[in-house]
Design a protein around this ligand. Structure first.
Ligand SMILES: [Zn+2]
Length: 302
């Protein structure tokens, strides 16, 4: 355990929805301590999971998910082209992979719940050239998918102080909220309704926890908010109406580091919100399940 935990344990018997995880995902190459994928899914449903939403980031993870969900009826997926995919796909393969992905999205929108994770990540892109590429690819995604009328799931990460683009030190993208501001500019450019947008694993800056919530966006609280004050602080002022829960597993374990997280740990997000908003876990459970079903347009008995 990294820090002293001050929050009550998750309560038994509550319903929950993990709105964003990566199951299945390429397994950790070293020291794989994750339970088998099927067991993760089973334990999630047996302990109160209403429905599971898993997310792809490229064509390979999309394929993994499509195979995994066959014959299962309490799982759906979102179709993502992550900013890391934009930055790390080898240039030679990029156009071919991109074309394959966007063709799938445009022609199969009935099969998935939303588009994402998509976004910008200035931690993974540190030069202006790489950052500009993430921005233009994101604009392309919105332009080509607007008519599908699907929810969007955003991954937004600002540059940290030590992640300056050295050749362009004064560029707006280096600013502490440069990525957030750029995303908001793009959403406005394409006239995307806030009710259609979820900020996955919302990480601040702090003031946006209030302003995005007031504008009608959904903010997703990761399981790591349980053990990490920073993750709790950013949504402490968000209205409960704007919050949903996620694990981002196998990342974002409630209090440990490493590829260790599972969808069942979404109960820790509920515990964290119960703490920041000073209401019962039961109330958080009811509200976040409702918010998730509504956002993803799911018609499911709870
Ligand atoms: Zn993710």
């Amino acid at each position: 355990m990294t820090k002293k935990i001050i929050i009550a344990e998750p309560e038994e018997g509550l319903k929950f929805i993990d709105t964003h995880c990566h199951l299945p995902f390429p397994r950790p190459q070293k020291n794989d301590k994750l339970p088998p994928d099927e067991l993760q899914y089973k334990q999630y449903l047996e302990n109160g999971g209403v429905y599971l939403i898993t997310s792809s980031i490229d064509n390979a993870t999309l394929k993994l998910i499509q195979n995994f969900i066959k014959g299962k009826n309490k799982i759906g997926y979102t179709c993502g082209w992550a900013p890391q995919t934009v930055t790390y796909t080898p240039e030679k393969k990029y156009n071919e992979e991109w074309k394959k992905w966007i063709d799938f999205v445009i022609n199969n929108s009935k099969n998935f719940l939303g588009i994402g994770e998509i976004g910008i990540d200035f931690h993974h892109a540190k030069t202006l050239e790489k950052r500009t590429k993430q921005v233009s690819e994101l604009e392309k995604i919105f332009e080509l998918t607007l008519d599908l009328d699907k929810p969007y799931i955003l991954h937004v990460r600002n540059a940290a102080k030590n992640e300056l683009d050295i050749e362009n030190p004064n560029h707006k993208f280096n600013h502490y909220d440069g990525a957030t501001k750029e995303i908001l500019r793009i959403l406005e450019e394409f006239n995307i309704k806030s009710s259609k947008v979820m900020w996955h694993c919302f990480s601040g800056p702090d003031e946006y926890g209030l302003s995005l919530s007031e504008q009608g966006y959904k903010l997703s609280v990761p399981s790591s908010a349980y053990g990490n004050k920073k993750w709790r602080r950013v949504t402490a002022k968000s209205s409960l109406d704007s919050l949903v829960t996620e694990t981002d597993s196998y990342y974002q374990h409630p209090y440990l580091h490493g590829p260790l997280n599972v969808p069942l740990n979404v109960r820790y997000s509920i515990a964290a919100i119960s703490y920041t908003h000073n209401i019962s876990q039961a109330e958080v459970s009811t509200k976040t399940v409702h918010n998730a079903l509504e956002f993803f347009n799911l018609d499911i008995e709870t």
